[in-house]
Structure formats: C-alpha cells, structure tokens
Design a protein around this ligand. Sequence first.
Ligand code: NAP
Length: 254
Amino acid sequence: MTAATTQADALRPLLGRTALVTGGSRGIGAAISRELSDAGAQIAVNFHTNHEAAALVLADLRQGSSPWPADVADADAVEAMVAAVLERYGSLDVLVINAGIWRGGAVDRLAPEDWSLVVDTSLTGAYHLVRAALPAMKRKGFGRVIVLSSVVGLVGHPGDSAYAAAKAGLLGFVKAVAKETGRDGITVNAIAPGFVETEMTAEVPERGRERMMARTPLRRPGTPEEIASAARFLACDASYVTGHTLVVDGGYSL
Ligand code: NAP
C-alpha cells in the first residue's frame, strides 16, 4: 500500500461499511447520505414514495449504494427492508434514523390522525428500525445509531405538540438504548437541529421564520450540510460518545 493510498483511506473511515439512512433521499437525509458516502460507506437510501428524489441523490453516491422504498411507520416493511439490506451488504454498521414528518396546529385542534402520523413515523419508526437492526450490530460487536431529533423536542414550540412529543420521546429512547447496547460496541446518539432550510420548512410563513431567526444567535437558518457534518462526526469520530444529544441549532435553544 502506498503512502498516497493510506492518506486517501484515512479520509474515508467508513470504507467497507454500510449505512442505512432513512428519509435519505431529500433535505437533511440526502445531505447525510452524501456525507457518509464521501466518508466511504455504501448507502442504503430509504424513502417513502418519492422515487425521483431518491434517484437524484443516488447519482451522487458511491457505487453500490441503492434505493429502499419503505414506510418506517410500518413494522413489517421495516423488518423486510433491514433483512434485505443485510442480505445485500452483509452488514449494517451505521443506522441513521432521519425520516420524519411534520403536522401542526394548536393541540386542541390537532386531528388525532395527524398526531398518530407524526408519532408513528418519528418515534415508533425509530423503535421498528432499532429493533430490526440491533441483532446484526450485536453479532458484529459494532454499530453507530444516529437519531434525528429537533430543538423543538428540547424547548417546545407552539403549534408543534405532536412533533415536540415525538422528538422529545426520541431523546429518552436514545439514552435507554445507549445504556442497553454500549457493551455490544454500539453507540446511540441524537442530533437536535434548529431551523434548517428543506422542503419541510419551506412552507413556514415569513413571519414565523423571522421570529425564529431573531431568537437564533447566528441569525440564519442551518443548512442540511451542517447537520450532515454532525452525523459524520458521530459516525466516524465519536467512538467514546453515547447517549448524547448534539444540538446543532445556531444557538436557538440557549
Ligand atoms: P424533508 O425534507 O421533508 O424530507 C423527509 C424525508 O423523509 C424524505 O426522504 C421522505 O421520503 C422521508 N419520509 C417521510 N415519511 C417517511 C416514511 N413514513 N417512511 C420513510 N421515509 C419517510 O425533511 P427534513 O427537513 O430533511 O427533515 C429530516 C429530519 O430532520 C426529520 O426527522 C425532521 O423532523 C428533522 N428535523 C428537521 C428540521 C428542519 O428544520 N428541516 C429541524 C429539526 C429536525 P419521500 O420523499 O419519499 O416522502
């Protein structure tokens, strides 16, 4: 091996690893797919229904990366997807639980089906994914689980009761699972982004956006790439960090 090859490999700490990124086709998930691919991993890009967006991101990813349509709220679909990913790649080293959906409104006007959609996708979806992926990670004695929470789960936000409940629930989930799996060489951490420019936030009215920015010390929204670099840190460098919530919010929650 030449010195040049060794240097190139050092820049790709995930070479030979497989990462499953849920909601990996758009917004923050797409940026994470690109970042982990750049770090050397083959990416299984999960999404729900938008095949075109998945095809676009896959064109940027390392050869061997592949699309996996499945609803993360559906336990059977998640189990089948994880089994198929394991069959194709032989291992699942990094699990990024990113798929999420937002539905809002004052709590006394929030429809029960909207509550269920948000909680089933974000919180229960995380349970389905971890449950399906853990046996293979335990067998290998290695795993990196990264969960996308939100500052809304830390400090709340009016009109976001279901979203806040799901995102706060994820923080407790991360701590419990970190305590259960540390002995197996698995780390489990959360990222809590502030306001990030994606399709999810595109419909936030200008006044709401201005209020958020006025409360944000850095006075600007985050980019998907800034969240993705936090995910890369947790996947590649943070070998002695578990049960942690990395807040990436421009200071919004201070
Ligand atoms: P986004 O642009 O709306 O993208 C959502 C992604 O999730 C898409 O790939 C979508 O797939 C997928 N998805 C949605 N429901 C799914 C389901 N049931 N099963 C599988 N995939 C599903 O969202 P984003 O803004 O990038 O947010 C990504 C994560 O970060 C979410 O968990 C969100 O709550 C969190 N977050 C976002 C912000 C922000 O300001 N944007 C702030 C804090 C936290 P399709 O394209 O097929 O629908």
